[in-house]
Design a protein around this ligand. Sequence first.
Ligand code: HEC
Length: 196
Amino acid sequence: MKFNIGLVIVFLTLSCSDTNHDENMDKSKIDENTIIRIQKGKELAMKAGNELMANLTLAIAEKGTVNALEFCATKAIDLTDSISNELGAYLRRVSDKNRNLNNAANAQELSYILKAKKTLNSGGDVKPQLTQVGTKSIGYYPIITNSLCMQCHGDPSTEIEEETLRRIDSLYRDDKARGYDVNELRGIWVVEMSHE
Ligand code: HEC
């Protein structure tokens, strides 16, 4: 999985902490913690992404695209959950154009996705975003398409083979995750980390 994360620029969503904002809080301390957390989340998302990618590549090589599709359909969420347990954080993949209904982005995720798409369209680097909610941090990290994704997420008339398309249609009644090109925002990793 290729993450297009360049310079880490931190967006702190202050709206949650505005009301109990501590005037005496050390600003540099906040920034330091935020940078550490955003970096930690990035590592977790990359680990999970690499593991999914390794499994996907293996499934395609061993059994072809149609059966790899089966793997994605039955194992992607389970695998992500078990990676979450292993890493001690809660990870999900969501999208504005989701295939699985369970991977639909919520309003806040959607607003990040739309911003990120605009940035990408104008040739910029998409930066991750970290939001502090109580003792939790929630990080968003972009998932960018490459050529491997096209056989299942590309142009349905030229890139997705007929049999694959039939399988997708039978597994997902309301699939929106097609028609992508390379280097587009396919979705995001949402990484929830708890701090004491
Ligand atoms: C073999 C077919 C196949 C390939 C290749 C593939 N995907 Fe998917 N992808 C799927 C299926 C099927 C799902 C739905 C998984 C589920 O039901 O949990 C999915 C879901 C996703 C999701 C979760 C959001 C959603 O739409 O439900 C993301 C993000 C995603 N894929 C990104 C990628 C990226 C990035 C690549 C290329 C690196 C890629 N996929 C390659 C079949 C594929």
